[in-house]
Each structure stands twice: as C-alpha cells, then as structure tokens.
Design a protein around this ligand. Structure first.
Ligand code: UT7
Length: 367
C-alpha cells in the first residue's frame, strides 16, 4: 500500500494589511481589547481583483514548484473554502483550468475551518488506496467579502489568504499517518452564513437582514473549540500509535490565541510546541493551517522526519486532527516549472471555449 507524503507547500497572502487600529475606525473597538481577547494584531484583506481562485492558484503554483511536479501530473484537486467563488461551479475547477491540470478531477469540500484537515485526509486516503498518485489540496479564503464590517464581534476576527499542499504516493513509509474527522450538526446555528443558499436565496430581504454575512455565537464556538482541540489531537495520535511526547510540533487552526492556550493546558504541553501566527493573519479559516505550516517550515520548526499534528475546528460543527511525518519533495533529476504551464493553460482554456462556442453554432437541436 503506497504512503501519502506531503511533498510540496505554498501560500498566497494578499498584500493589503488591516490593523486593529484600522478596524477601531469602523466599529466601537480598540487594539487592546482585540489583542487581549483574540491575540490578533492585524490581518490581510484581498484586493478587489483577487478572488478565492486567484489566491488558490498562487498557492498551488508555489506548492507544485516545491514538489517539482507539473500540473499535468495531478490526478486530483480539492479546494476547501468557507468563501468559495460560487456555489457552483467548484472553485477547484477554476483552479484546474488556470493551472492546466489537464487530467485532474476537481471538487470543493465544505467543512468550514476544519476543511483543510478533511481535504488532506481525503487526498491521502485516495493515494493510500492506490487509486491516484498525485493530489493538490488547497485552503483558500476571501472571507472579507462575507464580513459585516459593522459587527464588532466578527469583523475583528477574519482574514484572507490561501495555502496548499501537494501530496504524492511513495513506497517509503511516512507522510500522513492517521486522521480523525468529527461533526455535530446540533451546533449548526453557532456559526453560519445563511444567505444565498437554497433555503434563503438572495433577495432584497435577505440582504436587508444581513444573511449574506458571517454570524456567530462567539462564546458557544469558543467553548466547543476548547473542548475538541485536545481530544482530537489525542485521538489522532492514538490511531497513529504515537505518544504526545513524540510530537515535534502541533499546528492548530488559528482562530484565537486563547483557544490554543487552553488546548496546550489540556494536553499539558508548553505553548512553544504549538505554531502560532494568528497575530499577523487573523482567522483565515481553511487556509490557516497551511499558512501556519509554511511559516513553521520557513522558520526551521519542521524538518524532514518531523512528526506534526494538524488540528482544527469550525462551523458545522466540525473538527478533526491529522498526524503526519514531514517528508519534503521526492528526489528526482527532472526540473519542472509549474508556472510556465499557466500560459499553456490560458491558451488551452481559450481554445476549448472557442470550440464549445462553435459546437453550439453548428449543432442541430435534437427533436
Ligand atoms: O474558526 C472558528 C471561528 N470562530 C471562533 O473561533 C470564535 C471563537 N470565539 C471567540 O474567539 C470569542 O468568543 C470572541 C473573540 C469572538 C469574543 O470574545 P469573548 O471573550 O467571548 O467576548 P464576549 O463575546 O463575551 O463579549 C464580552 C464583551 C461584551 O460586552 P458586555 O456585554 O460584557 O458589556 C461585548 O459586547 O465584549 C464586548 N465586545 C467587544 N468589545 C470591544 C465584543 N466584541 C468586542 C469588540 N471590541 N470587538
């Protein structure tokens, strides 16, 4: 049975920064309150011309560069997002088209902030089963588009960004060792974005009622998060046959510094066992774990052979954890330039659109 290794990683962070002081000019809040209650100092906000797929594509190309893998070699693309570009088509298909992943299946996975753990597990299991060899998993968010900038209880929290992993099959032991995924829909009301779906299609009334914005019972989510972070970590480690002492780094979903602190206390671990960067990005939902991972790697906190736990929670309610042995790129002599495929992808997309148009002109209506 092949192992599923994490062989590539990349992020895309929009440049514009929104500080706590900036938010204090919009709503009745202040830097001290936000830092004390959440640990957040600033977050990045996508420019008007940056979309969920734009950030996803940038992160994907970087991850493919690290893995030294051509987009044409991908078998599967999973995009997980709490702010997908559309209800359909899937953002994953937009990515597939833009990077030129000619033979990949592509779909979106919705598990809110736990999405990256769910998606990485789905990709890893597809590789472990032998049905695919190369997968791309992306968490990408432009949650600022669904943020009510008049609601001080939510607008201080979220940020935009994307992160991606490439997963590849190898006979060498390691890679994704175990994962757990959980849900509890009885808590569905705690964190919602109700408008625009089939139950509340967009109307003047839904807009008037603010249903197109994120709504949250912060305290309920906080209580739930502090309960599940530690238990999911322990459960995933048990499945991997590992002890907590063997873990080099825990990379939690970056929602709130205090939630991570409480999880550390529950696990009786020092905080330096955790990767924390919520101060500079806020809560980037599905993107927070890969963004934190790439920073951990760049700071030398993850090396080849490191044992890492990813753990997250979010709307649904959903939560999960995944244990991996960090592998790095699979050694090869070939040198691939994934970014060069983008021009080819654009041309291919244009030709296919033109052919579809011509086909439409000449096809006769079937009676
Ligand atoms: O990916 C999952 C996404 N969500 C989360 O992880 C959120 C989890 N929850 C949290 O992080 C916290 O519950 C929050 C940061 C959202 C709120 O912190 P809290 O300590 O639970 O505050 P609270 O909602 O209990 O509010 C305490 C007080 C209230 O005032 P009163 O009623 O005590 O007078 C709020 O009105 O703080 C007030 N408040 C604020 N004050 C200044 C709420 N938001 C703000 C604000 N600035 N931005």
């Amino acid at each position: 049975m092949p192992y599923a290794h994490i062989t590539g990683w990349g992020v895309s962070i929009p440049e514009p920064v929104l500080t706590n002081e900036d938010i204090a000019k919009m709503v009745d809040t202040n830097d001290e309150w936000i830092r004390e209650r959440t640990g957040i100092r600033e977050r990045h906000i996508a420019r008007e011309d940056q979309f969920t797929s734009t950030l996803a594509v940038e992160a994907a190309i970087k991850a493919l560069q690290v893995a030294n893998l051509a987009p044409t070699e991908l078998d599967l693309i999973i995009v997980t997002s709490s702010s997908p570009e559309y209800i359909f088509p899937a953002t994953a298909c937009l990515v597939q088209d833009q990077i030129g992943a000619t033979k990949a299946g592509a779909f979106d996975l919705l598990a809110a902030c736990s999405g990256f753990i769910y998606a990485t597990n789905m990709a890893a299991q597809s590789i472990r089963s032998g049905s695919i060899k190369n997968a791309l998993v992306i968490g990408s968010e432009t949650l600022s588009r669904f943020t009510n900038w008049k609601d001080r209880s939510t607008c201080i929290l979220f940020g935009d960004g994307a992160g991606a992993f490439v997963l590849q099959a190898s006979e060498r032991p390691g890679g994704v060792l175990s994962a757990v995924m959980h849900s509890d829909g009885s808590g569905a009301d705690s964190l919602t974005l109700l408008g625009g779906g089939a139950r509340h299609p967009a109307t003047e009334l839904t807009i008037h009622e603010g249903k197109h914005f994120v709504q949250m019972d912060g305290k309920a989510v906080f209580r739930f998060a502090t309960r599940v972070m530690g238990t999911a970590t322990k459960e995933a480690l048990e499945r991997a046959g590992m002890k907590l002492e063997e873990v080099d780094l825990i990379i939690p979903h970056q929602a709130n510094y205090r939630i991570i602190e409480t999880a550390a206390k529950y696990l009786k671990l020092p905080l330096d066992k955790f990767m924390i960067n919520v101060d500079r990005y806020g809560n980037t939902s599905t993107a927070s774990i890969p963004i934190a991972t790439v920073e951990a790697f760049e700071k030398g906190r993850i090396k080849s052979g490191s044992k890492v736990v990813f753990v997250g929670f979010g709307a649904g309610l959903t939560w999960g954890a995944l244990v991996a042995e960090w592998s790095g790129p699979i050694p090869t002599k070939k040198h691939v330039h994934p970014e060069q495929y983008r021009l080819f992808a654009r041309l291919r997309s244009l030709v296919r659109r033109a052919l579809r148009f011509i086909e439409g002109l000449f096809s006769r209506r079937e009676l």
